[in-house]
Structures are given as C-alpha cells and as structure tokens.
Design a protein around this ligand. Structure first.
Ligand SMILES: Nc1nc2c(ncn2[C@@H]2O[C@H](COP(=O)(O)OP(=O)(O)OP(=O)(O)O)[C@@H](O)[C@H]2O)c(=O)[nH]1
Length: 315
C-alpha cells in the first residue's frame, strides 16, 4: 500500500515552500508529488525543483470539483509508470492541493475509489495556516475553514512574521496537533505519519468563495524591476483585498538569465527570490493573479502603461 498525504492550506500559506524543503531531504526525496493548481499555467511545477529520486506531476485545471477523474487518474497513471519502471519506486505520494481547494471531495475520492483503495492508503491531511493572514482568511473563505476542519495536523507557517492565530484555528479544529515552522522547516515524520481516520467524513460538497478567478500574464520582453514594483503597488491600490495572490516567474531587464520568483499574498509582497536558471526553454515571464472581480485585462494593461512610463523616464 502506498501512503498518501495531502498538504493543503490557503493561497500563499507556504505549501510549495514546505514541499520543496522536504524533497531536498534525502530521507524524504523518494516521494512523488502531485500538485493541483488554480490557474491556467503550472508554475508550482517549476518552483518545487525536485531531486533526482522524486518528481512532480502537475494536475492543473480544477481544484477539487473534477477531482474524482483527474486526481484518481493521475495517481493510477503514476502507479502504472512505477510498475513499468518508467518512474522511480516512490515510497509515498504527497498531494499539494490548490490554495482554493476544499479538501473534502479530494479526501472522498481517495477514500472511496476502489482501484485506489486497493493500492493506496490515505495517511494524513496536513493544513498549513499562514500566521500573518490566517485569521482574516479563515474568517472570509469557506475553503480555508474546511482545510483546517478536515486536517489531522496543523502547521502554522510564517511564525517569523506574526503570532499563530490559535483562536481561529481552534474554533474550527479543537483537537488536531499543531506546530509552527518557518520556511517549511517542519519534521516530515510528524507531518506524514498515519493518522487515525473515521470511516466516514460528513458533507462532501465543495464550498467555494464566490467570484474568484485567475488571470494569467505572459510576456516575451523582460520587465524592468521598477515597472514590476510600480505595477504591484498599482494592483494593490486598485484591487485592495480583492487581490488574493500574485505568483510568477519573471524575466527582469536587469537580470534576464535568472528568473525572479515573485510572490505576493494579499497586501504583502515577499522579497524576490532567484532561480539559478530558467526551468526550460520558455523564458517568457509568466504571472498568475488570483482575485475577486478583477477586470480581466486590467493587470496586463496597467503593466504595459507603467512600462511605457518607466521607459519614458529613462530608467
Ligand atoms: N517570512 C516567511 N515567508 C514564508 C514562510 N513560508 C513561506 N514563505 C513565503 O511565502 C510565499 C508563498 O509561499 P508558497 O510556498 O509559494 O505558498 P503556497 O501555499 O504554495 O501558495 P499557492 O500555490 O498560491 O497556494 C513565498 O514568498 C515564500 O517564500 C515563512 O515561514 N516565513
């Protein structure tokens, strides 16, 4: 039986950061990772740079609503490839849900599909809660509430930025063991150990925040760093709390050979990180925005206008 652990948590909570760190640990590198992303381009796939033994299979498209077909098929395909020797004999599967996934249908699929049940066992469900944004997120977004409610273990992330929102978490899940970890420095043995599980979990219908959509921007020409900064400010001013997440791989004019990894979560823009090289041939900048009622063409037009201004100012 191959154990499966589900890593969930709202947009930007630190799921990819955690998985990237775990895969770098030789003791846990023999993990297969399935990433389910909200957004039309699979960025996490490039951002969780896997080690040689492990690998990442992206399942973009819907989060949890089409999961029965999508996730089940992905798991069974992986297993076939494992048996055929086409992929390494991974010891476990880690599933990173999209930040907007209600995990209930995912858990349901994992626990009830017969073909899966014959070969896989659901080991643990880990919910990440962002210390900085967690309280507001749990108050506003039903997906985030369900992530915490259904978790066997709770990992509070970003304790370097704020205190853990214990009250909001405990109101939803009074019993699950809780730990804190900065930049994913958590013990995988604790996260992924088998948890006792009731045979039935109630109410499988997915709950979602209404009106959330993703917008993708792709660009051939590198973007000046100043334009990127002004653009993020402009977006924040225009959209305010309706802008939940910006994530991207960006070619900056100042350093086009190394992609900058851009993360913004609500009003907080994280410091840029740099990859050593582009993950493939495609060197276009690609940025995904997730928000509520953001006009579809607004972000790209704003960026274009700011680039013109920055060029005219001679920067
Ligand atoms: N200060 C601080 N930043 C963190 C910590 N953990 C993650 N981050 C940052 O938070 C940002 C988002 O982290 P990700 O790992 O991409 O979050 P995610 O949950 O995978 O995001 P989605 O894919 O949008 O759901 C990145 O800039 C991380 O570097 C932490 O413990 N402290």
């Amino acid at each position: 039986m191959i154990p499966i652990s589900v890593v969930t948590g709202f947009l930007g909570a630190g799921k990819s950061t955690l998985l990237r760190r775990i895969l770098r640990d030789p003791a846990w590198a023999d993990s297969a990772v399935i990433v389910n992303e909200f957004g039309e381009i699979p960025l996490d796939h490039d951002l969780i740079a896997a080690s040689e033994e492990s690998f990442v299979s992206a399942s973009t498209g819907c989060l949890c609503c089409v999961v029965r077909d999508d996730l089940t098929q992905t798991l069974l395909d992986l297993l076939r490839r494992r048996e055929a020797g086409a992929v390494p004999p991974y010891a476990r599967v880690l599933i990173e849900t999209s930040g907007l996934a209600d995990p209930a249908p995912i858990l349901h699929a994992l626990m009830t599909d017969e073909a899966l049940a014959a070969t896989h066992v659901l080991s643990s469900v880990v919910a990440l809660v962002d210390a900085l944004h967690g309280e507001a997120t749990l108050a506003r977004h039903p997906e985030a509430q369900r992530q915490v409610m259904l978790a066997d273990r709770i990992l509070v992330t970003k304790p370097d930025l704020a205190a853990a929102p214990q009250g909001a978490i405990r109101a939803l899940n009074p019993a699950a063991p809780l730990r804190e970890a900065t930049h994913g420095a958590a013990d995988p043995g604790w996260l992924f150990a088998a948890a006792p599980r009731p045979a039935e979990l109630p109410d499988w219908a997915a709950r979602h925040t209404a009106g959330l959509a993703s917008i993708v921007i792709e660009r051939e020409a590198p973007i000046p760093a100043l334009a990127l900064t002004l653009w993020l400010q402009g977006l924040a001013e225009h959209a305010g709390p309706r802008l939940l997440r910006v994530k991207g791989l960006v070619a900056l004019t100042e350093q086009p050979d190394r992609p900058a990894v851009l993360h913004a979560i609500q009003h907080m823009v994280h410091p840029l990180e740099w990859l050593d090289a582009w993950p493939g041939e495609d060197r276009r900048s690609r940025i995904v925005l997730i928000g509520e009622r953001i006009p579809r063409h607004f972000p790209a037009r704003l960026l274009a206008a700011i680039e013109v201004e920055v060029a005219a100012a001679g920067h």
